[in-house]
Ligand binder design. Structure first.
Ligand code: NAP
Ligand code: 12T
Length: 333
């Protein structure tokens, strides 16, 4: 049965990918309702060869839709998600607003699709860095039980939205032309730099982005005994988050076993051919729906441990694709 689908934040970096992903995966859309701020009133969004007018988000004018994909920031999600649910929609929310709420499923379909059915109107999409990491961790946990994870990320600027993408371009040009560099979105220059700072700092010394990786991993894997510690950094890459992940296991697991297990897991592609310089790259992941894993090798400093390198397109599996896959599980399969 075809569904009416609203995309709230349709003009943003994630929202535009949501619209493209609905089209590419032939989601049974009866009517698309693209929604953004007042600023976008006169804009249109291209969907299946048509220019669809963008509507302005307003409490007085909540459309009755079957599905609402939210990617307009956590404040908009807090203000409007329940109003869409009140009009009969299931909301799939990309922001951090509801992820840790006990009555909101936090879902990566390949990992915990069963959690979807407990929803009460809202389903949360995890953080981009968490999604690609748990896709690799889940099958390894089932095989050898994970004790502890140490992760460092190298995150693309598109995770911080349209203005951040433009800022990398502007600053790069300014640097190459010996002009002064202006910082607006990021607290320091991102061009030709690495910033160990994503989202706001908490009192415990970690950033919110780092704590999302800790808390969301335990919720999705349904195992609070998995210890996770994270450092998240921004790199001057447009698209594709990279992660160095160190995992300690209870049982022994060899790199060959891990490669076999990961290659069989849906959505994961193993690229691990160092002899031919074969490993996952942001440039290769850009525009691809898969999560890539490589550089799988033993951590010789513990009884059973592995190191690996995980890369995925943060706007696809890290955001838009995962949300559309949740909608597919709800309504298509
Ligand atoms: P973006 O490129 O800055 O786009 C923001 C979108 O929200 C635009 O469509 C914008 O509309 C709309 N918007 C902003 N303020 C609004 C308002 N007051 N009323 C209605 N619409 C408003 O940002 P983005 O990168 O796409 O991120 C959007 C959201 O997705 C954020 O909540 C972010 O946390 C989340 N996100 C999640 C992940 C993940 O890990 N799953 C990854 C990236 C982002 P206008 O064009 O009219 O301004
Ligand atoms: N600050 O969905 O800046 O919680 O890359 C995702 C990405 C928050 C989120 C980023 C962020 C989220 C970023």
């Amino acid at each position: 049965m075809e569904k009416t689908v609203a995309v709230v934040g349709a003009t943003g970096a994630v929202g535009m990918e949501m619209v493209r992903t609905l089209e590419r995966r032939r989601f049974p859309v009866k009517r698309l309702v693209p929604i953004a701020s007042e600023r976008s009133r006169n804009r249109t969004v291209n969907f299946r060869g048509q220019a669809v007018p963008v509507e302005a988000l307003s409490e007085d004018n909540i459309p009755a839709v079957d599905i609402a994909l939210f990617s307009a920031g956590a404040d908009r999600s807090r203000q409007y998600a329940h109003l869409f649910v009140g009009k009969g929609a299931v909301v799939i929310d990309n922001s951090s607003a509801f992820r840790m709420d006990a009555d909101v499923p936090l879902v990566v379909p390949e990992v915990n699709a069963h959690a979807i059915k407990a929803h009460r109107g809202i389903i949360a999409n995890p953080n981009c860095s968490t999604i690609q990491m748990v896709q690799a961790l889940k099958p390894l946990h089932d095989a050898a039980r994970i004790r502890r994870v140490v992760v460092s990320t190298y995150q693309a600027v598109s995770g911080a939205g349209r203005r951040a993408i433009a800022e990398l371009t502007e600053q790069t040009k300014a640097c190459l032309e010996n002009r002064p560099v202006e910082c607006d979105v990021f607290p320091h220059r991102i061009a030709f730099n690495v910033l160990p700072h994503i989202d706001a700092f908490e009192r415990n010394g970690y950033t919110k982005e780092e704590m999302k990786m800790v808390n969301e991993t335990q919720k999705i894997m349904e195992d609070d005994s998995i210890a996770v510690t994270a450092t998240t950094a921004r790199v001057p890459v447009y698209r594709g988050h990279c992660e160095s992940v160190n995992v300690e296991f209870e049982k022994d697991i060899s790199p060959d076993e891990a490669r076999r297990i990961l290659a069989d897991f849906p959505g994961v592609c193993v690229i691990d051919d160092p002899a031919n310089n074969g490993y996952p790259l942001a440039t290769e992941a850009d525009g691809d729906e898969r999560t890539f894993v490589g550089r799988i090798r033993r951590d010789f400093t513990v009884r059973s441990g592995l190191n690996m390198w995980i890369v995925s397109d943060n706007l696809l599996k890290g955001a838009a694709l995962n949300a559309v896959q949740i909608a597919e599980r709800l309504f298509v399969q």
